[in-house]
Design a protein around this ligand. Structure first.
Ligand code: GLC
Length: 522
């Protein structure tokens, strides 16, 4: 088997709550994913990334893990996971899982034991407990903010009933940060890694891979900001502490016993040199670079995102990773302006992304051109961000709405239950898989063609990308295998470069490429 299968793979991110519901409770599950495998196979995906399905009270929809070596009953059980892995493998599709090493759930037995134990105990040493500031310890130990809003510290009541220490949580209070200076923490993670890899899982997406290591003394943040993305020359002490690289090296040593498995880090680090450290030969195989997600639909911005992402991996001879969407960011058609133009731009950007060398990640529903749903009623909101930000940030629910599969009314074949965990918009009747499969001009048909060409044509080979001269609002790049990709991000039609058009994201008439459109030529 090609042990570097991931270096050119198309990964499909399944948000399990929202992909397909097999047991009629209104929430997607593992047997639902298995039922969707024919669809994924015909789309041409090489691998699945499953968001967390381990035992969890679901305070952050699975990113609060109470038992990392079992499946949450909401999603099924270990047998359902085994069925999925087996059925995916039978179709040549790999399965990667989400791994959450930075924190556990507050319901994890370790954290419950820490609460029941005294300050300074071995139980507390697995997390980051500190005395509070001020004479009575009533202020948080430092000024760190939670990514979801509010302070990153919560005070506990000691077992004797007195006001007690504080514990660190970079996310929700139900997600206490682990103390990675404690060797027990890595030992347990290693057990978890081997548990799933031995069951046949093909790798992990590692959550908050630039977190975990905290600086000694936990110094204050110079600039108080909740968000997790680091900027150029960032001084945020919560993330990207040098010690994190020893953790990745230790993780990699485990992976080296499973030569075909892949470790993919969520790395919200902006600076190219800093980013490159995560994908050195003895650390992660792949790292999500979020520059392209952050780029506006602007030729200069897009080019700089691509150039920087390529430069970052070139520094250490690693493989680039591309993504336009995931369960944390606004869906592309909305991000690029919404309506017809937003969708046209999202399709154009898909061609840009799929033309680039390296691994590509598609997020479920991206292939249907789903927009964000921004008019969810307050009472439907589920993301902890809504509560923790004091109702100032609505959170990420709008990009997590269940997938519309078939029929004319919600829940569109996603479930047999009329009340899905997030409500589905009636106007998605036009966007179902069923409708789009029957329409050769649909966004789904377009993605299928694009993915098929990317798989089949030799012009998509080679790692070098060369930029060709173009007007300011236009991008043209040449892949060493022979593919030319042109994107018109301007306001007027442009003449197409020489060559045969393999595929375009919109109508190409009389040799011109309209605005908000991209094309592949050979
Ligand atoms: C990552 C996940 C996000 C989650 C957070 C805390 O950023 O992608 O969904 O809320 O980590 O685990």
């Amino acid at each position: 088997m090609d042990s570097r299968w991931w270096s050119h793979a198309l990964f499909y991110q399944v948000y399990p709550r929202s992909f397909r519901d097999s047991d009629s409770d209104g929430v997607g599950d593992l047997d639902g994913v298995s039922a969707g495998l024919d669809y994924l196979e015909s789309l041409g995906v090489d691998a699945i990334w499953l968001n967390p399905v381990m035992v969890s009270p679901m305070a952050d929809h699975g990113y609060d893990v109470a038992d990392p070596r079992d499946i949450d009953p909401l999603f099924g059980d270990l047998a359902a996971m085994d069925r999925l892995v087996e059925a995916a493998h039978a179709r040549g599709i790999k399965v990667t899982m989400d791994l959450v090493p930075n924190h556990t759930s507050s319901a994890h037995p370790w954290f419950q034991a820490a609460l029941a134990a005294a300050p300074g105990s071995a139980e507390r040493e697995r997390y980051i407990f500190r005395d509070g500031a001020g004479p009575d310890g009533s202020r948080p130990p430092n000024n760190w903010l939670s990514i979801f809003g509010g302070p990153a510290w919560t005070r506990v009541t000691e077992p004797d009933g007195s006001p007690g220490q504080w514990y660190l949580h970079l996310f929700d209070a139900e997600q206490p940060d682990l103390n990675w200076d404690n060797p027990e923490v890595f030992a347990d993670l290693e057990t978890t890694l081997r548990f799933w890899l031995d069951r046949g899982v093909d790798g992990f997406r590692i959550d908050v891979a630039h977190g975990m290591a905290k600086p000694p003394g936990l110094p204050d943040m110079p600039t108080a900001k909740p968000e997790m993305l680091l900027a150029e020359m960032d001084d945020d002490p919560r993330f990207n502490h040098d010690g994190v690289h020893d953790i990745h090296r230790a993780i990699r040593r485990v992976f080296d016993d499973y030569p075909c498995a892949v470790a993919i880090g969520e790395v919200w680090v902006y600076d190219s040199e800093q980013f490159s450290r995560y994908v050195r030969p003895d650390e992660l195989h792949l790292g999500f670079n979020f520059r392209l997600v952050r780029a506006d639909f602007d030729a200069r911005d897009i080019r700089s995102a691509i150039e920087n992402s390529l430069a970052a991996v070139d520094l250490v001879d690693a493989v680039p990773t591309w993504t336009l969407a995931n369960h944390d960011v606004e869906r592309p058609p909305t991000r690029y302006g919404g309506g017809t133009a937003g969708l046209a731009r999202a399709r154009a950007m898909a061609l840009v992304m799929l033309a680039l060398p390296g691994a590509v990640f598609l997020y479920n529903g991206e292939e249907l051109g789903l927009p964000n749903v921004d008019d969810l009623p307050d009472e439907a909101l589920q993301d902890p961000v809504w509560e923790r930000s004091g109702h100032t940030r609505r959170g990420r629910d709008g990009c997590r709405i269940p997938m519309p599969w078939s029929g004319e009314t919600p829940p569109f074949g996603f479930s047999d239950h009329p009340d899905t965990w997030l409500p589905m918009p009636p106007e998605w009747a036009a966007l179902t898989v069923e409708k789009q499969l029957a329409d050769p001009a649909s966004t789904l048909a377009f993605y299928r063609r694009a993915i098929g060409l990317r798989r089949a044509r030799e012009e998509f080979s080679g790692s070098a990308v060369e930029w060709l001269d173009s007007p300011t609002d236009v991008l043209v790049f040449h892949r060493s295998g022979g593919l030319v990709c042109v994107l018109n991000a301007g306001a007027v039609p442009i003449p197409l470069p020489e060559g045969e058009v393999l595929l375009a994201s919109g109508p190409v008439l009389d040799g011109t490429l309209p605005p908000d459109t991209a094309a592949w030529l050979v």
